[in-house]
Design a protein around this ligand. Structure first.
Ligand SMILES: Cc1cc2nc3c(=O)[nH]c(=O)nc-3n(C[C@H](O)[C@H](O)[C@H](O)COP(=O)(O)O)c2cc1C
Length: 392
């Protein structure tokens, strides 16, 4: 029998699914509900010193939707609106009721040693399992010199990590931003400063779109907008890449996130190097109940493949990453066309003809491949709307 139980450092997780620091963890009663429904843990909405001003814009969200489904989500939301005392009371309540659930306190403060250390010392006295340092919020906070302004600078990131580590009595994870040219450099800097693990990724800096009637950028806040943070299904490839690059830098634990919407995504994150995963946007769109199919699906997958726990798939895909130079490039694959599924619409033929190779043609009402010309790029299988082309 496989299990979803996972151990990271000395922290035991019932399952590898955590709520990330975001609206689903902004209130004590909603975290309580999430724990009842089966979430393994929660990273609290980022806690800041009470005197840090937090004035929200309206609207603060925008989305890229297709056929009713949200693929990409942008927010310009700030941090927690609860006071530190409200969090202290809330953590005590949650841990007393759910002693086996993992609670991680996400924190952020101005770049002042005393401010960070004061917050950490206050939270040391609670039953949290770890800290997560938010060095990565891409909107609002960078204008104050914090959030992503910290996580894009290796020196400031290292300094704050050292300050926190000097006083923290719980493990310290640092949450990194994807909005850097080299995430490994920031990861290395905080590891050298003694961080116990990394979390990645926070949101990807973005502009959701432009309303062509009014020529106003989105989300439209009284006719103006600002750079926001992109999340949801659309950013999973960026999250996977960042987790793998961090894994190339260290074997310390990684809490992976970015576009996890089902158990498949979670398994992919773990296989590429994460220890457990965090989820935000999918919960905001579809509610806490998604935890059950996520747990059931991952457990069934592990059992069907003969794995005992999520740890058995950790790094299994990561070790297959190599440089472009080392790819076996002569191992060319070709399209295999399923004549029953193919509508003979000719789209693959005309798209291929517009590219470099012109390797497909219609003959006797079926698509034929000229093996001499085909380079196995796979564009035909991507543009086929019927799923009639598989690369073999
Ligand atoms: C509305 C919203 C608010 C967020 N607030 C925080 C926050 O307070 N602290 C933080 O570390 N990350 C915050 N995040 C980032 C998420 O925790 C997560 O890193 C990101 O959304 C990627 O995961 P996802 O694709 O599952 O949403 C927020 C994300 C969203 C969408």
């Amino acid at each position: 029998m496989a299990t979803l139980k996972t151990k990271v450092l000395n922290i035991e997780f019932e399952n590898p699914f955590l709520l990330s620091s975001a609206p689903p963890t902004a209130r004590i009663d909603s975290i309580d509900k999430a724990f009842e429904l089966g979430w393994g843990g929660a990273v609290l909405k980022t806690i800041t010193p009470d005197n840090l001003e937090m004035i929200e814009a309206s609207p603060r969200y925008a989305a890229w939707k297709l056929n009713g489904k949200v693929y990409g989500f942008e927010n310009i939301e700030l941090l927690s609106h609860l006071t530190v005392q409200e969090w202290l009371d809330g953590i005590a309540y949650l841990k007393a009721k759910h002693p086996k659930k993992v609670i991680i306190a996400s924190i952020m403060a101005p770049v002042i040693k005393e401010e960070w250390q004061k917050l950490v010392k206050t939270l040391n006295n609670t039953s949290i399992d770890a800290f997560e340092l938010n060095f990565s919020c891409p909107h609002g906070m960078p204008e104050k010199g914090i959030g992503m302004a910290i996580g894009t600078d290796p020196e400031i990131s290292a300094n704050i990590t050292k300050w926190v580590k000097q006083v923290a009595q719980k493990p310290v994870f640092v949450k990194l931003s994807p909005n850097v040219s080299n995430i490994s450099k920031i990861a290395q800097a905080v590891i050298d400063a003694n961080a116990d693990g990394l979390s990645a990724i926070n949101t990807v800096q973005s502009i959701m779109g432009v309303d062509l009637d009014t020529l106003e950028p989105q989300p439209n806040v009284n006719g103006t907008s600002t750079f926001g943070g992109y999340s949801g299904i659309a950013i999973k490839p960026i999250g996977l890449r960042c987790v793998a690059q961090i894994r190339q830098t260290t074997d310390k634990p990684i809490l992976g996130m970015g576009g996890v919407s089902n158990w498949h995504d979670a398994a992919e994150y773990i296989a590429i190097g994460a220890d457990v995963v965090q989820v935000c946007t999918e919960v905001m769109i579809n509610g806490y109940e998604i935890i059950k199919p996520m747990c059931d699906g991952l457990l069934n997958y592990l059992e069907s493949k003969g794995f005992n726990s999520p740890n058995d798939i950790k790094n299994k895909a990561f070790v297959k990453l190599t440089s472009h130079e080392k790819l076996k490039k002569m191992h060319t694959c070709h399209p295999d066309i399923n004549d029953e599924k193919c509508l003979k619409c000719g789209k693959c033929v005309s798209i291929c003809a517009e590219q470099e190779h012109s390797a497909l043609h219609l003959e006797d009402r079926s698509v034929k491949v000229d093996m001499e010309k085909c380079v196995g790029c796979s564009l035909c299988s991507i543009v086929c709307t019927r799923g009639a082309i598989k690369m073999k």
